[in-house]
Write a protein that binds this ligand. Structure first.
Ligand SMILES: Cc1cc2nc3c(=O)[nH]c(=O)nc-3n(C[C@H](O)[C@H](O)[C@H](O)COP(=O)(O)O)c2cc1C
Ligand code: SF4
Length: 477
């Protein structure tokens, strides 16, 4: 774990009742609806099939995409990947949002062990999906109301296709802060318009493969600082893919047109970082501070250029409007980036090894995402929104989840880290069973620190399988 000083906010495990959590949220100026006891009737309500949603979704739990840095060197699934996907299927959640990021071609990998959706790997990717649905059927009876997507990506600025320690970035534009931080010194990394055209064709080819592998939808990833997300802030990029809003969203619209043409009937979803901010770094005492910047900052999609620490929903809402106009209704909302402002993206008690101490109570980070999703839902009631970043709530996840769904503030509650430590949580809550407290994720971040140290990802503290994995010793060594 990190050698940084101790956590300085009240620990959630010390809150005894829902009222204590409500009081703490109010103290922080971030009140949220919280149910006294979680409501299985609410979380078990299906979402109807309809335009853009090819099947009913049997309940209000979703599994968020999580890669494990554990494919083969050429991008095929391993036993570790298959175990993770089986556990996603067993969880009881009826929406599998993407499984994990899969690169549409080798240079787009975020690490040399990321899966690649090539023709040669297709049957193994198909088997991966089939194992997930079979494990779901075995545990939960049927999969007619299980919607499974695949997250398609090019890692752009954060591509490390050949060596875990070497970035080989392909970027949308030169960035005044991130270039320096990640070692980009000239224009060679910038994709030309023709290279972007080729990449769009590769994304479309990958979507066709996903359809052949039996996925219900593809997620065209637009989050976390990866390439799709980067295009949204490519204000300074000249040419067809930068500058105006319609140019910055051309990467999306051209992919959608290609998929509609070549994979008719395949549903499309988008995972979006709904807001972003300045990059953060460790301050003198290890606490995160925003990187110094003066003047307008136009490089954070969904931030106010005159005060980039503040969200501005104008462009994200224009993007959601665009999705709706394209017939895309499946939207998974997240925020910011795990590489340059992780406390906004995945609030945690212990930062990952390359992180910083939280500059705010992580509850604020959770509430910020939940409230942003609620505002989006109020504005776009026809879109089906999946929320993220609930895991820091720990044993309060079910109480907050059912309250948001009951209030119509979100359609489906996405779980990331929690299902690595406690894959049965959705099923336990739906059954009205008490939580298995020893399995509750405490956001120690070892599943992020592992990959930062070149190891596989898994829940090393709480999952017996990873406690005994050789990488557990290397992680702490
Ligand atoms: C180990 C790990 C791997 C992740 N991989 C992905 C990924 O492949 N694609 C993605 O969109 N998000 C990825 N995420 C982010 C999660 O989907 C999620 O947004 C984040 O963990 C916050 O949700 P939580 O609070 O439930 O953990 C990853 C997170 C973790 C911890
Ligand atoms: S390593 Fe386990 S306990 Fe820690 S954040 Fe990841 S899933 Fe949670």
């Amino acid at each position: 774990m990190s050698s940084l000083p101790a956590f300085r906010f009240p620990k959630l495990a010390t809150l005894r009742q829902a009222d204590d959590l409500r009081r703490r949220l109010a103290e922080l100026g971030r009140p949220l609806p919280v149910d006294d006891t979680p409501r299985p009737d609410v979380l078990g309500r299906p979402i109807q099939a309809g335009p853009g949603i090819p099947k009913p979704i049997g309940n209000r739990w979703a599994i968020l995409p999580m890669e494990g840095w554990d494919g083969t060197r050429d991008g095929r699934p391993t036993d570790l990947v298959r175990r993770r996907w089986r556990r996603f299927g067993q969880s009881g959640a009826k929406l599998i949002w993407g499984g994990e990021a899969i690169a549409v071609r080798p240079d787009g990998r975020a690490n040399p062990h990321q899966l690649v959706l090539s023709e040669a790997h297709l049957s193994e990717i198909e088997s991966l999906r089939a194992e997930l649905t079979a494990s779901h059927r075995e545990r939960h009876g049927e999969d007619r109301d299980l919607l499974v997507g695949l997250q398609l990506t090019h890692s752009g600025r954060f591509a490390r296709p050949n060596d875990k320690t070497r970035l080989e970035p392909r970027i949308a534009y030169r960035h005044p802060l991130l270039d320096a931080r990640f070692g980009i010194t000239d224009d060679r990394a910038v994709l030309t318009d023709t290279e972007v055209d080729d990449l769009i064709a590769d994304m479309v080819t990958a979507a066709v493969r996903a359809q052949r592998a039996g996925f219900d939808f593809v997620d065209l990833k637009h989050c976390h600082g990866y390439l799709g997300h980067e295009f949204l802030s490519a204000v300074t990029r000249p040419g067809r893919y930068g500058g105006s809003f319609s140019n910055r969203t051309r990467f999306l619209t051209d992919m959608v047109a290609g998929i509609r043409r070549d994979a008719p009937g395949l549903a499309i979803g988008v995972r979006l970082s709904l807001f972003d901010s300045l990059p953060y770094q460790k301050g003198p005492d290890g606490t995160g501070v925003p990187t110094a910047w003066s003047g307008r900052y136009v490089h954070a999609f969904g931030a106010n250029p005159d005060n980039p620490l503040e969200a501005d929903p104008a462009e994200p809402f224009a993007f959601l409007e665009l999705l709706e106009s394209l017939g895309i209704r499946l939207v998974c909302l997240t925020a910011a980036s795990p590489y340059y402002n992780p406390h906004l993206q995945r609030p945690a008690m212990t930062p990952p090894s390359d992180g910083y101490l939280p500059p705010e109570d992580p509850l604020v980070g959770v509430a910020r995402q939940i409230d942003a999703v609620a505002r989006a839902k109020a504005r776009f009631p026809n879109l089906v929104f999946v929320g993220s970043a609930y895991t820091y709530l720990q044993e309060w996840v079910p109480n907050v989840a059912s309250a948001q769904v009951a209030a119509g503030r979100v359609d489906s509650v996405g779980l990331g880290r929690m299902v690595l430590s406690y894959p049965d949580l959705p099923a336990d809550v739906l059954a009205g069973s008490p939580l298995q407290r020893r399995q509750v994720c405490r956001t120690f971040s070892e599943c992020t620190t592992g990959p930062r140290k070149g190891l596989v990802s898994g829940c090393f503290p709480l999952d017996d399988f990873y406690k005994n994995h050789p990488d557990a010793a290397r992680l702490r060594g």
